[in-house]
Design a protein around this ligand. Structure first.
Ligand code: ADP
Length: 158
C-alpha cells in the first residue's frame, strides 16, 4: 500500500525525517509531496526542498519525492494513493489537522488521513523554529540534516 506524506518541508527537519522513515516501514511506498504554495513565501525553492529531502532519504528505497500545487487530495488521486499521512506533535496540531482531514473527507471520501505521533524528543521541532534559530546564529545541527544546516547558514549568512 502507498501513502502520501504532504507538507511544505521548508525545510525538512529530523521530525519529518522520523515520520518518513517510520512510514517507509509501515507502507509499501511513501510519496513525499512538497507543496508549492503561491500564497506562502517560502525560504527554499521547490527544487531545493526536493533535493534536500532526496539527499536526506538516500538510504530509504521505497520513497519518491514529488512537488504539487493545489489540493492535496488531487495530488493523492494523481499518484493513485488512498492514504494521506500527517504528523501530530501536540494538541495544538490536532485541531488544525482534524479540520483538514474532515475537509478532505468532504472533498473525496475514498481517501483516508492517518496520523503518526511524533517521537517525543522531536515534538518541539518545526521548520519555523529551525529558521528562527538559524537566523540568529544558533546551532541547528541537532534539528536538521547536515546539508540543510549548511543551506540555512548560507541563507542567513552566519
Ligand atoms: P504544513 O505546512 O503542511 O503543515 P509542514 O512541512 O510544516 O507542512 O509539516 C508537514 C507534516 O509534518 C505535518 O503533518 C506536520 O504536523 C508534520 N510535522 C512537522 N514537524 C514534525 C515533527 N517535529 N515531528 C513529526 N511530525 C512533524
Amino acid at each position: 500500500m502507498k501513502v502520501l506524506y504532504p507538507g511544505s518541508f521548508d525545510p525538512l527537519t529530523f521530525g519529518h525525517l522520523d515520520l518518513i522513515s517510520r512510514a517507509s516501514e509501515l507502507f509499501g511506498s511513501v510519496i513525499v509531496s512538497v507543496l508549492e504554495n503561491p500564497n506562502k513565501k517560502s525560504t527554499f525553492s521547490i527544487e531545493r526542498r526536493i533535493e534536500q529531502i532526496q539527499e536526506a532519504t538516500d538510504d530509504i528505497a521505497n520513497i519518491e519525492v514529488v512537488s504539487y500545487k493545489g489540493l492535496t487530495i488531487d495530488c493523492a488521486k494523481q499518484y493513485n494513493v488512498e492514504i494521506i499521512l500527517r504528523g501530530l506533535r501536540a494538541m495544538s496540531d490536532f485541531e488544525y489537522e482534524l479540520q483538514i482531514a474532515h475537509t478532505n473527507r468532504t472533498l473525496n471520501n475514498s481517501i483516508e488521513t492517518i496520523f503518526l505521533a511524533t517521537e517525543s524528543h522531536h515534538s518541539f521541532l518545526s521548520s519555523s523554529v529551525v529558521k528562527e534559530v538559524a537566523m540568529f546564529g544558533g546551532n541547528v545541527e541537532h534539528m536538521v540534516p547536515r546539508m540543510i544546516a549548511k543551506d540555512l547558514h548560507s541563507i542567513f549568512k552566519v
